[in-house]
Write a protein that binds this ligand. Structure first.
Ligand SMILES: Cc1cc2nc3c(=O)[nH]c(=O)nc-3n(C[C@H](O)[C@H](O)[C@H](O)COP(=O)(O)OP(=O)(O)OC[C@H]3O[C@@H](n4cnc5c(N)ncnc54)[C@H](O)[C@@H]3O)c2cc1C
Length: 423
């Protein structure tokens, strides 16, 4: 089949789900796969808090889309998605601005026969005053870089003056708790004498609006996390409904917390661009509503996955959560279902297998629940939990790089000397 006659699948967004899908479809052959992303390299988002805290080195984990495209056999188009012309079956990419405002690349149209929207999500501020101006949200590598720069300068100041830096994290989900633990790990890089008891250089506080941390999570998991946060000397305040974030203080109805940096890590919504793409049906968090086969409700040729999609499974009331686990399973499903749909064969609905929830708290260990395909979940911690936690990324590396290069990347990661405080 020539390039011209091959069915064209265009995947918008090369994140946890989109890149796995592009790699899987391209390796099957027979389909012309194009991946679009606004940036030139892929960074696995579940580790963003570690890049922010400086406990892993992002340069080792970043993979060029251009290199991957050559390796896996898809085409890569760098550009920011603006709209989809459903009638003309083209995706509009914005012109790429250069550093002085000039256009590096003109606006372009990318034609498709089938399109998959995998543009990810955004941390929700729920309209809280001052979040956009005064808090950092970890949504992309630029946010992690901005955080780390500020963090390092605060820690240098703390070492010089003996006045601890104050970091307030709003939201006690996995991102907030893991970030706190990794920051505590990074604090050690600023101690003058490793191994000796020294005064704190960093005060860490987690604020949660709900009456308990990790709302909706299992009791054992919550207890395990609270115990470890206490051991890490992280203050946890529940029932704190934040009313405003100011430059150096976070306020609620019942109190206020001075902050040199505020990190906002509470909830997820769809990207604003999703509402402008086309006349898609959106849920109350601005995500594209999809049917059981991940098709958007208005167009059989356009699918959505991951944080950009809102899928309510039969027999449930709420959409699947915005996690890499969901995005990855949806990508694997579409890698199998799309070629069948293109051939006109029937496709079965997507089924989600919950493999559990794991939280990595740096030196304080990893805790979580692992679903073993039965009704019971098992609470785990220690080395087994740590290995299970890394399994999701190992799977991603295999899916994206293939078995040989994936194994090499995993080995490089395991023996990397830049693990631990890389700051
Ligand atoms: C700090 C942190 C820790 C997390 N930890 C975990 C965890 O332990 N386990 C877990 O399962 N999940 C975790 N998550 C959630 C997980 O990262 C997301 O659910 C997952 O990455 C979603 O995958 P996705 O493919 O939908 O989107 P993403 O991975 O977000 O990828 C979206 C892609 O779209 C691109 N893009 C965005 N807008 C445009 C545009 N306009 N034009 C072109 N390209 C665009 C982006 O550059 C990006 O490459 C974590 C998230 C964060 C922030």
């Amino acid at each position: 089949m020539t390039q011209a006659t091959r069915h064209r699948i265009v995947i918008l967004g090369g994140g946890s789900g989109g890149l796995e899908l592009a790699s899987a479809l391209a390796s099957r052959g027979g389909i012309a796969v194009t991946l679009v992303d606004r940036v030139g390299s892929h960074l696995w988002k579940p580790r963003l808090h570690e890049f922010a805290a400086g406990t892993v080195n992002s340069t080792l984990s970043e993979i060029s889309f251009y290199m991957l495209a050559k390796m896996r056999g898809f085409r890569f188009e760098q550009g920011s998605v603006e709209t989809i012309d459903r009638a003309g079956r083209t995706v509009r990419l914005a012109a790429m601005p250069g550093p002085n405002g000039e256009d590096f690349a003109d606006a372009r149209n990318v034609p498709y026969d089938t399109c998959v929207v995998a543009l990810g999500g955004l941390t929700a501020d729920f309209g809280t005053k001052g979040v956009a101006e005064n808090a950092i949200r970890l949504d992309a590598k630029v946010d992690a870089d901005a955080f780390r720069e500020r963090f390092v300068s605060l820690m240098i100041h703390a070492r010089e003056t003996g006045e601890p830096a104050r970091i307030v994290i709003v939201g006690s989900g996995a991102t907030g708790t893991e970030l706190a633990a990794h920051l505590r790990l990074s604090e050690r890089a600023f101690f003058d004498r490793e191994g000796e008891v020294q005064d704190r250089l960093l005060d860490l506080t987690i604020l949660e609006a709900a009456p308990e941390i990790m709302p909706g999570s299992d009791e054992d998991l919550r207890k395990g996390i609270l115990k470890r946060l206490a051991a890490l000397d992280v203050a946890v305040v529940t029932g704190a409904k934040i009313t405003a974030v100011e430059r150096d203080v976070v306020r609620s109805d019942s109190g206020h917390w001075p902050a040199d940096i505020t990190v906002w890590a509470a909830g997820s919504i769809g990207l604003p661009v999703l509402s402008k793409l086309a006349d898609f049906e959106l849920d109350n968090r601005g995500r594209l509503k999809v049917d059981a086969c991940l098709r958007t409700t208005v167009d059989d040729r356009i699918f959505a996955l991951g944080d950009a999609a809102s899928l309510v499974l039969e027999g449930t009331e709420r959409p699947l959560p915005p996690t890499a686990q969901v995005a990855s399973q949806e990508a694997a499903y579409l890698a199998d279902a799309l070629p069948k749909a293109i051939d006109g064969s029937p496709i079965r609905p997507f089924r989600f297998k919950d493999k559990g929830k794991l939280v990595s708290l740096g030196n304080a260990g990893t805790v979580g629940l692992v679903g073993l395909g039965r009704r019971d979940d098992f609470f785990i911690d220690g080395q087994f939990a740590k290995a299970a936690y890394h399994a999701l990324q190992r799977r991603h590396q295999w899916a994206v790089l293939g078995p040989l290069r994936g194994s090499v990347a995993i080995l490089a990661d395991v023996i990397s000397p830049t693990k631990g405080p890389a700051l």
